[in-house]
Design a protein around this ligand. Structure first.
Ligand code: S3P
Length: 450
């Protein structure tokens, strides 16, 4: 759990070329889902490459509290003995999901159609985030929720003992909400239908099929229509978690803006619902190539080679791509600062309800470091200064948000002056090896003694 300990101020100073290989950790979205679906299967699921970040470890703890046997075998190898769909036991205590919106929202969905109650809480960041987006659809199954004002945690969910299947159109582009409804649908009799107007990451659909559920996806005029047949017996799986494109984004962007760099980031999952940043960087003129493109476990995978790109240009980012790069806008805004001209990002209202208000957190920090930014409710524009012209020199607030902290550390590598954050401790939620990994490439990221 982040945000409960002592803050860790960090500083990133301008550095020489970054070079070498960056082996980033396992995918966070797939890691959460592996544990949750493993807990809902009957028998032993084996997972390798699990992200052992705080967010995922909190989900592992939660699955134990609901009765699954979750065992760590070292080096990212885990097993889960599941209790079957509908087999969750009532937890003895409050479930603390730490910093993780994915953890809490998916678990709420998974327990919403079982006849048990559970109380959820999180850190100061998670307890500010909207939960009505999950409690509204699970109420249709028959679950009840009592939380704080504004639909915030801590919150108790009373599961539906006799759930009914639902047909639900997700009102915002959110894979967490889609997944919560699908996981709730697992223990409802009959067919649950979830419709999303914009495609979001589809790991839940792919993995449910892998675990043996009957699930179909159709592209229609209404959007993506996902139909799940309830009450399957999920069969345990052997899962190899691909490396996280959202974590790869940091060494890739660092290499692109730091003079002389040449970095290889091997084995990155390039599911099209996740790879929008890399397309955008190439449109900006980044020297980023996919090497050794292949398929692994049904997912497209490649080694990413990123080299210093002195002639980046600002672009209008296609809003249709927003969902496929939603977690990458903070670090993209850093790259945009080093590009010539304006980078315009529209259709990104969801950024305001992440671990922090990411438009506000980045815009404030970029301005402190000498970069002009304009913003509205669902758009922002970074006025790029071009390579070599970004002043830096400021300390930014990370707002308990790992991606804000890492983005400013990337900025410090190529700015004229070092860039600091007040608290880098949230980095451990998703990328616990960020500091040694970046140091090995040649970055100067240090914990600041205050
Ligand atoms: C996630 C979905 C996205 C993303 C988050 C992980 C998931 O959140 O930002 O980091 O694993 O389903 P939203 O569903 O809020 O868009």
């Amino acid at each position: 759990m982040s945000g409960h300990g002592t803050p860790i101020p960090m500083t990133s100073s301008p550095c020489g070329p970054l070079s070498g290989e960056a082996h980033v950790p396992g995918d966070k979205s797939i890691s959460h889902r592996s544990l949750i679906l493993g807990a809902m299967a009957v028998g032993e699921t084996r997972i390798s490459g699990l992200l052992e970040g705080e967010d995922v470890l909190d989900t592992a703890k939660a699955m134990r509290a609901f009765g699954a046997e979750v065992t760590e075998h070292g080096q990212g190898n885990w097993t889960v003995h599941g209790v079957g769909v509908g087999g969750f036991a009532e937890p003895d205590n409050v479930i603390d999901c730490g910093n993780s919106g994915t953890g809490v929202r998916l678990i709420m969905g998974a327990m919403a159609t079982t006849g048990i109650s559970a109380t959820f809480t999180g850190d100061a960041s998670l307890n500010k985030r909207p939960m009505a987006r999950v409690t509204d659809p699970i109420a249709l199954f028959g679950a009840r929720a009592v939380g704080r004002s504004g639909g915030r945690l801590p919150m108790t969910i009373v599961g539906a003992a006799d759930p009914v299947p639902v047909r639900y159109t997700v009102p915002m582009p959110s894979a967490q909400v889609k997944s919560a409804v699908l996981l709730a649908g697992l223990n409802a009799p009959g067919k649950t239908v979830v419709i999303e107007k914009e495609a979001t990451r589809d790991h839940t659909e792919r993995m449910l099929a892998g675990f043996g559920a009957e699930i179909t996806v159709e592209d229609t005029d209404e959007g993506r229509v996902i139909t799940l047949t309830g009450q399957p017996e999920l069969k345990p799986q052997t899962i190899v978690v691909p490396r996280d494109p959202s974590s790869a984004a940091f060494p890739v962007c660092a290499a692109i803006i730091t003079p002389g760099s040449d970095v290889l980031v091997p084995n990155i999952g390039l599911n099209p619902t996740r790879a929008g940043l890399f397309t955008t960087l190439r449109e900006m003129g980044a020297d980023l190539v996919y090497e050794n493109e292949r398929k692994e476990g049904g997912e497209p995978v490649a080694d990413l080679r990123a080299r210093f790109s002195p002639d980046l240009k600002g672009i209008e980012v296609d809003p249709a791509r927003a969902a496929s790069m939603i977690d990458e806008y903070p670090v993209l805004s850093v790259v945009a600062s080093f590009a010539k001209g304006d980078t315009v990002m529209r259709g990104v209202k969801e950024l305001r309800v992440k671990e922090s208000d990411r438009i506000d957190a980045m815009a404030t920090g970029l301005r402190l470091n000498g970069v002009a930014v304009d913003e509205g409710e669902d758009w922002w524009i970074v006025h790029g200064l071009g390579h070599g012209n970004v002043p830096g020199g400021a300390t930014c607030a990370s707002h308990l948000d790992h991606r804000i902290a890492m983005s400013f550390m990337v900025m410090g590598m190529a700015a004229q002056q070092p860039v600091s954050v007040d608290d880098g401790s949230p980095i451990a939620t998703s990328f616990p090896i960020f500091e040694p990994l970046m140091a090995k490439l040649g970055a100067k990221v240090e914990r600041t003694v205050s």
